[in-house]
Design a protein around this ligand. Structure first.
Ligand SMILES: [Zn+2]
Length: 207
């Protein structure tokens, strides 16, 4: 995939409809058996709508603006790694958070991307309704499409509140996913270098 719009799956025109969210939250509170008029809940629909606007902002980030003026021609072809990027996302199955850290690496082939952009790319995909596997893949594909490197590796470690809070499958609450493209997929030594540098070299069985 070499098209950043496709990689970013921009949902053009899908702005968040705050009034609809507010009325849906009011209905949800009623269905819980709550008194939507009581003091603590009075402004809850409005607050929740504002919150989703922020938590789901990733659908409306322009990918060109994201990488615009952040690509630099550099004769450097060693691995670039950004570790421990915090992310906050929402599981699309339960609308509950999954949170954790992402580790992103690529081997440039003529161009590098400004370091501050990598956490913003993670954010772009985290601030959507997600499943962790797809988010991991989207981050890798977006970097591949934007930077055209020799390869990209992404490892995401997430804690899923839908599993933790419900207590039924606590063992599955912590999840590790990875996506490897290009040289990271084809070359075991490159992949191992990446995993070692993010402190995962000793547990290749996770992948
Ligand atoms: Zn879930």
């Amino acid at each position: 995939m070499h098209n950043i719009e496709a990689a970013a799956e921009l949902l053009d025109g899908v702005g968040i409809a705050r009034p609809e969210i507010e009325s849906a939250v009011r209905k949800l509170l009623e269905a819980f058996g709550e008194d939507v008029g009581r003091q603590g809940l009075e402004k809850t629909p409005e607050r929740v709508a504002r919150m989703y606007d922020e938590l789901l902002a990733g659908y409306r980030v322009n990918p060109h603006e994201m990488v615009n003026e952040a690509l630099f021609d550099v004769a450097y072809d060693e691995m670039v790694i950004v570790r421990d990027i915090e992310f906050y996302s929402l599981c699309e199955h339960h609308l509950l958070p999954f949170i954790g850290s992402a580790h992103v690496a690529y081997t440039p082939s003529g161009q590098v991307i400004g370091l501050s952009k990598i956490p913003r790319i993670v954010d772009l995909f985290a601030r959507r309704l997600q499943v962790q596997e797809r988010m991991t893949r989207q981050i890798a594909e977006f970097i591949e499409a934007a930077v055209h490197p020799y390869g990209v590796g992404v490892v995401v470690e997430g804690l899923h509140l839908c599993a933790m809070m419900r207590g039924v499958k606590k063992a599955n609450a912590r999840m590790v996913t990875s996506a490897m493209c290009g040289s990271f997929q084809e070359n075991a030594a490159t992949r191992q270098e990446f995993l070692a540098l993010i402190g995962r070299g000793s547990s290749p069985s996770l992948f």
